[in-house]
Design a protein around this ligand. Sequence first.
Ligand code: ATP
Ligand SMILES: Nc1ccn([C@@H]2O[C@H](COP(=O)(O)O)[C@@H](O)[C@H]2O)c(=O)n1
Length: 205
Amino acid sequence: MAFTIAVDGPAASGKGTISKALARQLGYAHLDTGLLYRAVGRQVLDGADPLAAAQALTAEALDDPSLRTPEVAQAASKVAVLGDVRAALVDFQRAFARRDGGAVLDGRDIGTVICPEAEAKLYVIASAEVRAERRFKELTGKGIETTLETVLADVRARDERDMGRAEAPLKPAEDAVHIDTTAMDIEAAIAAALGAVRARQEART
Ligand SMILES: Nc1ncnc2c1ncn2[C@@H]1O[C@H](COP(=O)(O)OP(=O)(O)OP(=O)(O)O)[C@@H](O)[C@H]1O
Ligand SMILES: Nc1ccn([C@@H]2O[C@H](COP(=O)(O)O)[C@@H](O)[C@H]2O)c(=O)n1
């Protein structure tokens, strides 16, 4: 039986960390939908046409570790404003969401556009400053040279683009459970998410 968990939220809010943990604990499959936009953005940086790149995307392209850089994140949020690119990526996400055995998808429009019928929806937020600190620590830990100011500016630019675009803007679904991780450690954030999902599962039995 399909059970879909939609996890949305702004950059570096912790939704990927939460989604991976939910998938592991529940035995569900996980899709980081940001990787789809990053893979298209990566190809556009290399000179490709955005729509052609989206239409030709394969699951294997999502494993590329170079998708995790700040430059690719910015390129992803720029191609993500294009309605035809978004439309080309819908079927892949919906097929993943309805697979047997359960699925967790994280992104920006999962609960609102991709899976409005998802059985559980979470909206994960944290202050821009805390998100930037976490991402700064992550990037410098990987040996990527940057400054906290640069990362904060990147987070704010992506927030503005993701929330302000006409197509599928980032916003909470009306029935999403909000989780503010600003003052939560990872374990507390995962526990809050798991509690919310369990409540939805119990409500269905
Ligand atoms: N509650 C938390 N406390 C401290 N650090 C956290 C917390 N949640 C996540 N992190 C760390 O913050 C960073 C960003 O988290 P994560 O990748 O899960 O965010 P995201 O919302 O999926 O980001 P993006 O949209 O950019 O992919 C990671 O390094 C992660 O380990
Ligand atoms: N469902 C989604 C997922 C992502 N995006 C865009 O891609 C950018 C990168 O996503 P990350 O989750 O890896 O940070 C993001 O800034 C969005 O512009 C999207 O539009 N919809």
